[in-house]
Design a protein around this ligand. Structure first.
Ligand code: HEM
Length: 410
């Protein structure tokens, strides 16, 4: 596509909602792979779009710091309210290593198994209800059961609380989406209010667990120390928020984009139905295909040159998973959904020290779900308008009405 027909605007959610971002990134990879996005006089950020550059930046955490948070502009209430160095995703070594060691204990193998069992229970019940109704909104009635199962198991909250939290994190991530929030007021105010509500829920949980500890995330953090001192309560809240935001939208949106890819590619669906041994490879392709976490942000700690472009200390840099995952140099026929793709070293979970701590959780959630969707005699048809999240950060489907059909022959 020619440059004339393209608008290069990495901040415009419409580019992503419409799917035009794929053309935009193809152009950038070919013509301006290390792109400067100007946002005002002397202000802007760099965008890395090739697979090699994105992977290299992930792996060089000394130069590309996480302290500015993963999202451009930050997601915090005000300048004083900063998660830098306190929230796992917004910290650098050595602090990051200490936080990760403790938080990792809430993601043990045993917990992952329990999450799988919970997903099976919740998805079976949701499918049963949907079958009785002849269909459902897959995005809101089935996909959200994945993070509900994870939250219930990791933090010990009830089903109702899990869905309350999912509603709130969905608004936080969707803070630019008029279908989810009132976008007429100030972004920061709105984010502050939502974050406050999430903190209130977790603060109650901290009180409960102080009185009666269990084996959940909050109890683990309450019972551990950093540098010989107990965790400050605010830091516990920030990291509960990190786990909730990290897990609530990503796996459920990936499930929606994945199911849609299978509906649009019936031969691939037939392959998976015929051989569920392809599940892991199919999940990797769904992750690559959806690139649900479109980019992460880093801040440069020292002057550095990337492909001849000079980055200065303090510059903001975006690492575009959504572009790297479609880089033809790494993924031949990158625009083809191919569940047998090998190798498939997608960057959807990031890479390096911040690589997604919930990756095993997401894998089990998605494999239990798709095993259920594709092992019976149920087929799926999109039965109405698909609604996409208005965001350039998380790419997702917030509404996808489906009807059940007989399984389509391939
Ligand atoms: C399809 C599902 C998922 C995707 C695509 C995804 C994506 C990512 C990515 C790209 C990062 C790296 C961020 C960075 O480098 O700045 C990350 C980190 C993280 N994810 Fe996930 N994630 C998924 C599922 C989950 C789940 C299920 C949880 C929790 C239950 C979770 C919690 C986290 C946390 C806490 C981090 C921070 C890790 C660190 O900074 O060391 N994620 N995720």
């Amino acid at each position: 596509m020619s440059m004339d027909a393209l608008t290069i605007d990495l901040l415009d959610p419409d580019q992503f909602v419409s799917g035009r971002h794929h053309d935009m990134f193809a152009w950038l990879r070919a013509n301006d792979p290390v792109h400067w996005h100007q946002t005002g006089a002397g202000a802007g950020f760099w965008a890395l779009t090739t697979y090699d550059d994105v992977a290299a930046a992930y792996n060089d955490h000394a130069v590309f710091s996480s302290q500015g948070g993963a999202m451009l502009g930050g997601s915090f209430r005000n300048e004083a309210d900063t998660a830098a160095g306190r929230m796992l995703v917004a910290s650098d070594p050595p602090r990051h290593r200490m936080l990760r060691q403790q938080i990792h204990r809430a993601f043990a193998q045993q917990t992952v198994h329990l999450i799988g069992a919970k997903v099976a229970e919740l998805v079976d019940a949701a499918l049963e209800r949907a079958r009785a109704d002849g269909g459902c909104d897959f995005a809101t009635q089935i996909a959200t059961e994945l993070p509900a199962a994870a939250l219930m198991t990791i933090t010990g909250v009830s089903y109702a609380q899990a869905h309350e939290l999912i509603g709130l994190t969905r608004k936080m991530i969707g803070f630019q989406d008029p279908l989810l929030v009132d976008t007429t007021d100030d972004d920061r105010l709105r984010l502050g209010e939502i974050q406050g509500e999430i903190f209130d829920i977790f603060a109650d949980l901290v009180r409960e667990r102080r009185a009666k500890p269990g084996d959940d995330l909050v109890s683990i953090l309450l019972g551990s120390e950093i540098n010989g001192r107990p965790w400050p309560e605010e830091d516990i809240l920030y990291n509960c928020l990190n786990v909730a935001v990290g897990g609530d939208e990503t796996s459920s949106y990936t499930a929606c984009t994945g199911l849609l890819a299978f509906i649009e590619n019936p031969a691939q669906q037939a392959l998976l139905r015929a051989d569920q041994g392809l599940m892991d490879s199919a999940i990797n392709e769904m992750l690559r295909w959806s690139s649900t976490n479109a980019y992460v942000q880093r801040v440069v700690t020292q002057d550095v040159t990337v492909r001849g472009k000079d980055f200065s200390r303090g510059d903001h840099v975006t690492l575009w998973n959504a572009s790297a995952n479609r880089d033809e140099k790494q993924f031949p026929a990158a625009d083809r959904f191919d569940i047998q793709r090998t190798p498939n070293r997608h960057l959807s979970y990031g890479q390096g020290i911040h690589r997604c701590i919930g990756a095993m959780v997401a894998q089990i959630e998605l494999s239990v779900l798709f095993k259920r969707l594709f092992s019976g005699d149920l087929g799926f048809r999109v039965a109405g308008e698909i609604t996409r999240l208005r965001s350039n950060f998380i790419l997702g489907i917030t509404g996808m009405p489906i009807e059940f059909t007989a399984v389509e022959p391939a």
